[in-house]
Design a protein around this ligand. Structure first.
Ligand SMILES: [Fe+2]
Length: 283
């Protein structure tokens, strides 16, 4: 095409993907081009603004490494991660998904339920328990529960050389009745990483960088959709202003004093023990 104009440029760019054999990928790229061009048209994007956008991406690339993805964070704070979680939902009876976050890694220590992660962690001891169920309410024995959370100082073990390796994370299998139990601490709210371009954008926009305290989970079982979700603390002050839009009403749970004598006996070394209960329903 010798005569590229603002009228034919979008169609031209789209047709450059015509030979792509993967039809789904071809559709995604063509739609991306349409929206990208419409974005520039709708905003009447100037050269300076376009260069500023590229500079933002360059800065994001510069601070990204194996343990830190500024691009995942961008996806989170622009609401894209949450939107994809919400679009993936089928049945309303299933536990909704929420953000994976940047601190999950494979290879969590495998433990038996009840798993005790308390070790010498400072903070409020709390028992997290529930059942893994299917949509009909039947227990899913053997479902894998991959669990991780932050310590009392708000940091995940990867961020904090003072914490032992794999602190406050484990992988276990639900028991015959679908139940699981993890002795842990009440998690703490924390801010998204503020030392990169996303942090600078938050400062400029006067946005709250806080995430409400949460437990992280990935629940998997053969024949069921994998659930990636978070469980929030009902008393957290940041529930309504989560920087990454991860909170859903049914994922908010109450930390209550333990009254079950069996639990009190099992964790007798801990005063003012709390428990938080939530069943996890897989599609
Ligand atoms: Fe988190």
């Amino acid at each position: 095409m010798r005569n590229t104009s603002s009228d034919n440029l979008t169609a031209l760019t789209q047709s450059s993907f015509d030979q792509l054999p993967d039809q789904r990928l071809q559709f995604i790229l063509k739609t991306f081009v349409a929206h990208l061009h419409d974005f520039a048209r709708d905003t009447k994007l100037t050269h300076e603004e376009w260069r500023a956008g590229l500079h933002f991406l360059h800065q994001a690339a510069a601070i990204t490494d194996e343990s830190r993805s500024e691009f995942s964070l961008m996806s989170d704070v622009f609401g894209l991660s949450s939107l994809i979680d919400l679009l993936a939902m089928g049945s309303e009876k299933a536990t909704p998904g929420s953000n994976l976050g940047p601190f999950h890694s494979r290879g969590s220590p495998v433990m038996q339920s009840p798993a005790n992660l308390l070790r010498n962690n400072p903070g409020q001891a709390a028992i997290f328990r529930g059942k893994v169920l299917d949509l009909k309410g039947k227990p899913i024995a053997g479902a894998t529960v991959d669990f991780w959370q932050n310590a009392d100082n708000g940091l995940y073990w990867q961020q904090d050389p003072e914490q032992p390796q794999d602190n406050l994370r484990c992988m276990l299998h639900a028991q015959e009745d679908g139940s699981f139990e993890i002795a842990t601490i009440r998690p703490k709210p924390y801010t998204i990483p503020m030392d990169g371009p996303v942090g600078a954008m938050f400062v400029q926009s006067k946005r709250s960088p806080w995430r409400p305290a949460h437990l992280h989970l990935i629940v998997e079982a053969p024949g069921h959709r994998t659930l990636v979700t978070e469980i929030f603390d009902e008393e957290d002050p940041y529930l309504d202003t989560d920087a990454v839009f991860g909170v859903r009403e049914v994922l908010v749970a109450q930390y209550k004093p333990v009254v079950d004598p069996e639990l009190l006996k099992r964790y007798k070394d801990h005063d003012h023990l709390l428990e938080v209960k939530l069943d996890l329903v897989l599609e």
